[in-house]
Design a protein around this ligand. Structure first.
Ligand SMILES: Nc1ncnc2c1ncn2[C@@H]1O[C@H](COP(=O)(O)OP(=O)(O)O)[C@@H](O)[C@H]1O
Ligand SMILES: [Mg+2]
Length: 334
């Protein structure tokens, strides 16, 4: 972890303002089974909050729940999701599907995971932009072309005029991914959920795209929830991180703090799994009793490596540093 955290610009003191996106006690179930347990999060204008966690920990589910875009069988079973809209804060949980869809592309933007699959194979790139912009009442052809072109440039496509005429099958995976990013940002959403937006791209293109995304977030005051398992990128682009484990937030705080001084054993393990990770993370996880292969089913809540000492406790998130929280019991403090 050699990258420094990007300095906050537009969000000089995010804590002081009303968050653009505020989630309280979010529970999501698939077919009746809870997979996200009481997640709280806040994202302010001009801020990038990073959501990290291993595969299957519920990152995409949290992101999609926000937009009412859960797959069939998935539903928000508890909690509230407030977004700042031009008409004031709206609760997306109690909103009708129609109201929620209305916010999509106006207030809310999603860069879905596996972006390539979200392009319609019988539509050109330009036609995709037309649909998105028409939903916002923009019908003028020249204006649509102009906005699409500038959005593709921001997404890192050098020759947008050519790409606008292409179908998905004529694009490489990386190009399709950039097109989907362009579609998500063309409406300048005030809340943007970016789910692994750069996973199909090579490192240079990743950086460029995230640099552009960061500029947009700062210039437009977007609140961005960035989901990625690439901790190097997250350290560089996010102000704060939230660590999800089995659908439970086990740690949150300033990105540099969380990655260099992880407190919850799972965060430590995640950081230690990054090749070349320094920090005390690796030691933290190999602390006495913390055998990496002993997995307690209640581990997310109790932070105990061994179920024998767990006692099914549900530890609250405790303050372990400045704006840094983790599920630990007092004796596990640093
Ligand atoms: N459509 C679905 N139906 C049932 N279970 C699902 C569905 N999608 C995801 N899950 C389950 O929900 C959990 C979280 O998945 P997901 O949000 O995709 O995790 P992540 O994005 O962190 O990899 C996993 O256990 C996964 O198996
Ligand atoms: Mg995912």
């Amino acid at each position: 972890m050699t990258h420094s955290t990007t300095t906050t610009t537009a969000a000089t003191d995010p804590a002081a303002a009303t968050p653009m996106l505020s989630v309280r006690d979010l529970e999501v179930r698939y077919g009746g089974l809870p997979v996200v347990h009481g997640v709280d999060l806040e994202v302010h204008a001009g801020e990038i909050l990073g959501l990290i966690g291993e595969s299957g920990s519920g990152k995409s589910t949290v992101g999609r729940a926000m937009l009412g875009l859960l797959p069939a069988g998935g539903r928000v079973s508890r909690g509230r999701i407030h977004v700042g809209t031009p008409d004031g804060p709206t609760d997306l949980v109690s909103a009708s599907t129609r109201e929620r869809r209305g916010q999509l592309g106006r207030t809310l933007g999603l860069i879905p995971q596996g972006a390539n699959a979200s392009l319609n194979p019988v539509m050109t790139c330009l036609q995709h932009f037309r649909v998105v912009l028409r939903n916002r009442g923009i019908r003028d052809r020249a204006q649509i072309r102009e906005r699409a072109t500038s959005s593709l440039l921001r997404a890192g496509i050098h020759d947008p005029e050519r790409v606008l005429e292409l179908y998905a099958h004529e694009m490489s995976g990386g190009m399709a991914q950039r097109v989907v990013v362009g579609l998500a940002i063309v409406t300048n959403p005030s809340v943007l959920i970016a789910d692994e937006p750069t996973s199909a791209l090579d490192v240079t293109v990743q950086r460029k795209l995230l640099d552009n995304l960061t500029r947009m977030v700062h210039e437009e005051g977007t609140a961005c929830l960035l989901i990625s398992h690439d901790l190097g990128l997250m350290a560089h682009y996010c102000q704060r991180l939230l660590v999800l484990y089995h659908g439970v937030v086990v740690e949150s705080g300033p990105a540099a703090e969380v990655l260099h001084r992880p407190v919850h054993p799972f965060t430590a393990r995640l950081v230690a799994s990054v090749p070349g990770a320094r920090s005390r993370a690796a030691h933290a996880y190999r602390a006495p009793g913390a055998g990496a292969d002993q997995v307690c089913p209640n581990q997310a809540w109790c932070a105990q490596p061994d179920h024998a000492t767990c006692g099914e406790r549900r530890l609250p998130l405790r303050e372990v540093g400045s704006r840094h929280h983790a599920r630990t019991s007092p004796q596990e403090d640093r």
